[in-house]
Design a protein around this ligand. Structure first.
Ligand SMILES: NC(=O)c1ccc[n+]([C@@H]2O[C@H](COP(=O)([O-])OP(=O)(O)OC[C@H]3O[C@@H](n4cnc5c(N)ncnc54)[C@H](OP(=O)(O)O)[C@@H]3O)[C@@H](O)[C@H]2O)c1
Length: 488
C-alpha cells in the first residue's frame, strides 16, 4: 500500500523517544520538513519510551535538543505549531500490554474521522528491534487495512550473517518487505545521491568508469571522536560492524553498480545487490591478507572497555569486485575513530597515460568525491605551467555545493530518508538480501582477525592520521592513500 491520499492522516510513532537519535536527528529533521511544508497538514508524532514525563516535558526536552542540533532552527511560532503535533505515551516496547495501551492512545489521537497511516520508527537499542516488531504484530498494529503501516529499523541490523537472517525472518513474520525501511543514513547524504546523478545523468564519465581507465578506488570514513561513553556498544561491534558492513559497503555499491533502467527502488537495489554478490569472498584464514586492524592508544583505558579487548577502532581492507567492469581494480576501504579529522571521501584514481612524451614524471588523474565536510567534487588533471619550459603541474576542477547552490543549506540525511519513508520510496533503504550479502562479505574478515592466531591490532596515536600499518598495507600493492582533496 503506497498511497498518501488527502483523505488520510499520518502518525509517526517513535519508539525510543527520549533517546539521543530522536533528540538530535529525528525531531530536528521532522521539524525542518514541517517548516518547509513537506510534512503534510495532517501528520502527528507520538513518542514512546519508559521515562515518566508529560507531553509538555517531552516537547521541552526536544526543544532543547533542537537548539543544540546543527539544523537551522525554526522560529518560535513554527516550533509552537510543530510541537502541538507531538504527543507522548509512556511504555515499555517489550510489553504487549503497554503496546495495547499505545494503540488505545493512538486511536484517540487519530480520532479525526479520517483513517490514519502509521510509520513506526525503532530508535531503540538493537536488542529491542525483535520484541518491538513481535509486539506490533501480536497487537494487530502492523496490519494494513485501508491505510499503510511501515517500520523503520535503525542500524545495526544484526551483528553477523546468522543474526541478520534471524532478524529478517522475525521482521518478515510481521511485516512484508515493502513495509520495511532499514536505514543507512549514508545513503541519505546529498553527495552520495549526487554520485548517482554524476554517473548516470552525464555521458562523459560513465564510459571511463571501468577497469580500462580506473586504477583503484579508495573510500575513507574518518571520525575524530574516540568511543567516549559508547564503549559498551562499541567494543562489541568494533569498526568492522560499526562502519564497514553498512556505510562503507553502501558507498562501494553506489560507486560500482550498473545503471538501473529507472530510479525505482527495487531496480536500484537489484543493482546494488549484484555488486555485493560480486565482491570476492575470502576465508577467515586469509583475512589478514586483505585487511589490517588497529586500536588507538588508550582505548583499553576507556571506561567500559574490557581488559585486553582486541576490538579494532581502525581498519583498512582491499575488496575485489569480480565482474567485467571491475576485474583487477582494487577497492580500498578504511575507517577509524579518534583521528585528526572528520572526513568521508571517495577517491577514484585513474590509470597513468600509457606512454609519457614529457620528460617529467606525472601523477594520474584523480576524481575525489567529498561526502563530508564541504560536500563537492574535485577533478585533478595535469596542466602546463605558464611561460618558460614544458613544466607540468596538477590542477583542480572543483564543484562545491556551497558555491554552486548559493549557500543553500544541505539538509541532514535523516530529513530526506524520513520523507522517503513517509512517501513509501525505499530506494535509499537497504533490502533484506542486501544486508545479508554485506554480512556474508564481512563475517569471515571479522572472524579471521579476531582469531587467537591472527595479528594483534597495531596502535596509533589519538589525533593522528591512523596507523603506519595502513600505509604499509597499500605500499604492498605499490600504491598510496591519496591525500585529502580540500578546497584549493
Ligand atoms: N544516536 C545516533 O546518532 C544514532 C546514529 C545511528 C544509529 N543509531 C541507532 O539508533 C538506535 C537508538 O540510538 P540512541 O543513540 O538514540 O540510543 P539511546 O540514546 O540509548 O536511546 C534509546 C531509547 O530507547 C528507550 N528505551 C530503552 N528501553 C526501552 C523499552 N524497553 N521500551 C521503550 N523504550 C525503551 C530509551 O528511553 P527510556 O530509558 O526512557 O525507556 C531511549 O529513549 C540504536 O539502535 C542506535 O544504534 C543512533
Amino acid at each position: 500500500m503506497t498511497s498518501n491520499s488527502s483523505e488520510q492522516t499520518t502518525t509517526i510513532v517513535i519508539f525510543g523517544a527520549s533517546g539521543d537519535l530522536t533528540r538530535r536527528k529525528l525531531i530536528p529533521s521532522l521539524c525542518n520538513l514541517f517548516c518547509k511544508g513537506r510534512l503534510g497538514p495532517e501528520v502527528r508524532i507520538v513518542g514512546m519510551a519508559r521515562s515518566n514525563m508529560t507531553a509538555q516535558e517531552f516537547r521541552d526536552s526536544l526543544a532543547q535538543g533542537l537548539d543544540a542540533s546543527d539544523n537551522l532552527g525554526p522560529d518560535r511560532e513554527e516550533w509552537t505549531e510543530f510541537a502541538s503535533r507531538i504527543h507522548y505515551c509512556r511504555g515499555d516496547v517489550s510489553s504487549t500490554g503497554d503496546l495495547r495501551g499505545l494503540e488505545d492512545a493512538l486511536r484517540s489521537i487519530e480520532s479525526s474521522g479520517k483513517p490514519a497511516n502509521r510509520l513506526y520508527y525503532l530508535a531503540l537499542a538493537p536488542s529491542l528491534y525483535g520484541p518491538a516488531v513481535l509486539n506490533l504484530g501480536s497487537t494487530g498494529m502492523a496490519r494494513e487495512t485501508d491505510c499503510w503501516r511501515r517500520v523503520v529499523i535503525e542500524k545495526p541490523f544484526g551483528s553477523d550473517l546468522a543474526s541478520a537472517q534471524e532478524l529478517n525472518k522475525l521482521v518478515h513474520s510481521v511485516f512484508a518487505e515493502d513495509q520495511v525501511f532499514r536505514i543507512d543514513h549514508y545513503l541519505g547524504k546529498e553527495t552520495v545521491q549526487n554520485l548517482l546523478v554524476f554517473r548516470f545523468a552525464n555521458t562523459i564519465f560513465e564510459p571511463i568508469w571501468t577497469r580500462n581507465y580506473i586504477d583503484n578506488v579508495q573510500i575513507t570514513v574518518f571520525e575524530t571522536e574516540p568511543v567516549a561513553g559508547r564503549a559498551g556498544y562499541y567494543d562489541q561491534a568494533g569498526v568492522f560492524r560499526d562502519m564497514f558492513q553498512n556505510h562503507l559497503l553502501q558507498l562501494l555499491t553506489v560507486v560500482a553498480m550498473e545503471p538501473p533502467s529507472n530510479f525505482q527502488a527495487d531496480l536500484l537495489r537489484n543493482e546494488k545487490v549484484k555488486v555485493l554478490n560480486a565482491v570476492r569472498r575470502i576465508t577467515p584464514a586469509s583475512a589478514a591478507e586483505i585487511a589490517i586492524h588497529a586500536q588507538y592508544d588508550g582505548y583499553l583505558d576507556e571506561p567500559g572497555v574490557p581488559a585486553g579487548s582486541r576490538s579494532p577502532t581502525y581498519a583498512a581492507m582491499r575488496l575485489d569486485v569480480d565482474n567485467w567492469r571491475w576485474q583487477g581494480v582494487p577497492f580500498y576501504l578504511r575507517s577509524g575513530k579518534a583521528l585528526d579529522e572528520k572526513r568521508t571521501e571517495i577517491v577514484i584514481q585513474f590509470r597513468r597515460p600509457p606512454h609519457l612524451m614529457f620528460p617529467q614524471d606525472i601523477g594520474p588523474n584523480i576524481l575525489a568525491i567529498q561526502v563530508q565536510p564541504d560536500e563537492g567534487l574535485h577533478l585533478e588533471f595535469q596542466a602546463k605551467t605558464p611561460d618558460g619550459k614544458m613544466e607540468l603541474r596538477p590542477v583542480n576542477l572543483e564543484f562545491h555545493y556551497d558555491d554552486s547552490f548559493g549557500g543553500q543549506a544541505i539538509p541532514d540525511a535523516y530529513e530526506r530518508l524520513l520523507l522517503d519513508a513517509l512517501n513509501g520510496d525505499a530506494s535509499l533503504f537497504t533490502r533484506s538480501d542486501e544486508i545479508e550479502e554485506a554480512w556474508e562479505i564481512m563475517d569471515p574478515i571479522i572472524q579471521g582477525l579476531a582469531a587467537p592466531d591472527a595479528p594483534l591490532p597495531s596502535g596509533y596515536a589519538i589525533g593522528s592520521k591512523g596507523p603506519e600499518a595502513a600505509d604499509q598495507f597499500l605500499a604492498k600493492d605499490g600504491r598510496k592513500w591519496l591525500h585529502q582533496y580540500g578546497r584549493h
